[in-house]
Design a binder for this molecule. Structure first.
Ligand code: GDP
Length: 192
């Protein structure tokens, strides 16, 4: 599973939360140490290898940023699932759209994740995330721990349930009670 998105959307925060104490297993690979972090991660009994990519930068030269983008696309090509993160508080940016297009061309299944959704400030951004074209975005708060039940559901829909335990449902319920990232205000709809 590869976490992808423009800089500052919360990729590392999500990586650390999913990897948890297993962070100790993170290892460096010669040549790609600055670009790629990977470790085993678990979410409600679903175990997977998680890759935190360096992020996507728009650049035309062949400097460090182009190398980071190339490494990111390499990780995408090797993944069974891409978690495409956007910052719901910042809204969808042209850079998000640009990189969504790159990732889409890889043909790898994608779950769109609208991060920073805690407290309702991300609601407009969550709606914009539909514009990525990856289906229903998952509202998440990587930092404050909300929305992980929905993330798990979306991941299982692509990956299958693997070796999950029966405690999963109880854990999901607990997670949703703890920090439901979905704001409960009515949908504001504009016809333009
Ligand atoms: P990356 O560059 O995509 O890896 O992003 P980081 O994980 O470094 O996070 C960028 C910033 O966003 C940091 O200041 C985080 O504390 C903040 N951040 C990450 N997740 C959340 C979240 O769920 N809610 C809010 N409000 N901030 C977050």
């Amino acid at each position: 599973v590869a976490i992808v998105g423009r800089p500052n959307v919360g990729k590392s925060t999500l990586f650390n939360r999913l990897v948890g104490r297993r962070m100790a297993l993170v290892h460096d690979r010669p040549g790609v140490t600055r670009d790629r972090k990977e470790a085993t991660a678990t979410l409600f009994g679903l175990d997977f290898l998680l890759i935190d990519t360096a992020g996507l930068y728009e650049t035309t030269d062949d400097g460090i940023e182009a190398r980071m983008r190339d490494q990111t696309m390499l990780a995408v090509g090797q993944a069974d699932l891409v978690l495409f993160l956007m910052d719901a508080r910042a809204g969808l940016t042209p850079l998000d759209r640009h990189f969504a297009e790159l990732v889409r061309r890889s043909g790898v299944p994608v779950v769109a994740v609208a991060n920073k959704c805690e407290g309702g400030a991300g609601l407009p951004g969550l709606h914009e995330a539909y514009g990525l074209g990856f289906g229903d975005p998952v509202p998440l708060s990587a930092e404050h721990g909300g929305g992980f039940g929905e993330l798990h559901e979306a991941m299982v829909a692509v990956l299958g349930s693997g070796g999950e335990t029966e405690e999963v449902e109880a854990l999901e319920e607990a997670d949703d009670e703890e920090g439901d990232a979905k704001p409960d205000r009515p949908l504001s709809l504009a016809i333009v």
